[in-house]
Structures are given as structure tokens and as C-alpha cells.
Design a protein around this ligand. Structure first.
Ligand code: DGL
Length: 259
């Protein structure tokens, strides 16, 4: 069982930012990544649709023998992970915007959060925000159009920069000192965000924390891979494999997902 792969899914290429953290921390693990790019963005879909897509992705990964599933998508986690945990008998790791560390550490008492509509409107996000950030100013912004541009491979485009400028303006005006990235696609925007934000603003994403949690859960269930021979890392997409490939080292091959 321990040599079975870790399954990872996202609405598209964004979850590869999480896969990179997992692979860095757990290089002996076999992994299988599913990018449901044909259905991206999830962030504009209703809760029921997000749950159904998450079930479909999960069943594909379970069929392939995955021992644990990482829901590498804030939108799918905040809307669907409780259903997945109730339905399937394997461990699930989710990702949520890291509002807690930002709220605990802010000096200016103002933090920004950039995420999808599906995440920002979810019950889980509201619960976390009320719990940890009720005494500070939280400037929420829906990153409309960002996932679509990333899925099209237009990371460094003028359009991207123009959208980010609009989304960051109210945050900069409110003097935020932390920007929380609440979508796994957004770590790919960090170089551009650094250019556009004042120097004192720190950017937080949850990738490393997810990798640590994945390790802890594998340890807890005695599922850590102990094998030392070369692990397999497989990537499947029902979108454009070349765009996904451009985000990965060329030694990893992206295959078409017929789905
Ligand atoms: N990577 C997904 C997330 O973390 C993107 C959502 C989308 O497809 O809109 O929320």
C-alpha cells in the first residue's frame, strides 16, 4: 500500500504548485496528478457542480489505486472536501486560504485575500475568517479572469498585469502588510505580484503547509513510501498538455486524460 501513489487533483494546472511542494518534501513518493482543465475554472461554478466534479476526479484517482488524495484546489476543498471525506474511505488533504497566519502576524491590521468566487463565498472560508480575523480588516478580492489566463499559458501577459493592478489597488490603499493567495494557480503569479506590491507586503500561500500535512497524515496511517527505487510522477490533463508541461521540469511527462 505504501508504494501506491498520492493522488492530487485541481481544476487545472494550478495544483502543480502544490505538487512541487509535496515532491520536494516527499521525493520517494509516487504521485498521480489530475488536471481537470476542460472544466476550469471551478471558481465560477455552483457548489453542487463543484462537488460532482470533485467526486469524478476522486473516483478516477481511487480507481488508479491512490492511497491518499490531495485536493490541490481551494475552491474544491472549501466546497466539497466534507462530502469526499464522508463518502470515501481514504485520507484527504485539503487546501484553504492561510488567513490565520496573516491575521496573527499583521502589524497594519489589514490583510488582503485574493481567491476565486467559489472560495470566498464558501461557508468554510467565512467560518475561518470569523474565527481568526474578526478584529482586523480583510480586503477580499475575486481574482476574476486570472485562472483563465494561467490556463491559457498567459502568465506574463499585459492583460494579467492590468487585472492584478486593479485587484491590488484597494488592498494597497488599505495598507495591507500580508497578501493571502487563496487559489493554487496564484503562486505562479508571485514574481508579478512582488513587482506590483509595496516592498513591505508579504505573500502567503499554503503549499508548504499542505506538503507538511500530507507527510504527517501518511506517517499517521503508516503509508509513507519506504521504497528507494526511482519514484514515478505521472501527470494527466484533459486540457492542453503543452501548457501544463511549460510549468514542469521537462523530465516529467504530461499525458492526455480522456475524461
Ligand atoms: N486552483 C483552483 C483553486 O485553488 C482554481 C479554481 C478555479 O478553477 O477557478 O481554487
Amino acid at each position: 500500500m505504501s508504494t501506491q501513489p498520492i493522488g492530487i487533483f485541481d481544476s487545472g494546472v494550478g495544483g502543480t504548485s502544490i505538487w512541487k511542494e509535496i515532491h520536494k518534501l516527499l521525493p520517494n513518493e509516487n504521485t498521480l496528478y489530475l488536471a481537470d482543465s476542460a472544466n476550469a475554472p471551478y471558481g465560477l461554478k455552483g457548489k453542487k457542480t463543484i462537488i460532482n466534479l470533485s467526486i469524478k476526479n476522486t473516483e478516477y484517482l481511487i480507481d488508479k489505486g491512490c492511497k491518499l488524495i490531495v485536493v490541490a484546489c481551494n475552491t474544491a476543498t472549501t466546497n466539497a472536501i466534507s462530502v469526499l471525506r464522508e463518502t470515501y474511505n481514504i485520507p484527504f488533504i485539503g487546501i484553504e486560504p492561510a488567513i490565520k497566519p496573516a491575521a496573527l502576524n499583521t502589524q497594519t491590521k489589514a490583510v488582503g485575500i485574493l481567491a476565486t468566487k467559489g472560495t470566498l463565498s464558501s461557508e468554510l472560508f467565512h467560518k475561518t475568517t470569523n474565527l481568526f480575523a474578526s478584529n482586523i480588516k480583510v480586503i477580499e478580492c475575486i481574482g476574476e479572469g486570472l485562472v483563465e489566463l494561467i490556463e491559457r499559458g498567459q502568465l506574463d501577459s499585459d492583460e494579467m498585469s492590468a487585472l492584478l493592478k486593479v485587484y491590488l489597488k484597494p488592498m494597497i490603499d488599505a495598507n495591507i502588510d500580508y497578501l493571502v493567495l487563496g487559489c493554487t494557480h496564484y503562486p505562479y503569479l508571485i514574481p508579478m505580484l512582488i513587482d506590483l506590491l509595496p516592498n513591505h507586503v508579504k505573500i502567503i500561500d499554503s503549499g508548504e503547509a499542505v506538503a507538511r500535512q500530507t507527510k504527517a497524515v501518511l506517517e499517521k496511517y503508516n503509508l509513507l513510501s519506504t521504497k528507494t527505487i526511482r519514484p514515478k510522477n505521472k501527470f494527466f490533463t484533459n486540457g492542453n498538455p503543452e501548457i501544463m508541461q511549460s510549468l514542469l521540469d521537462s523530465k516529467f511527462k504530461v499525458d492526455i486524460l480522456d475524461f
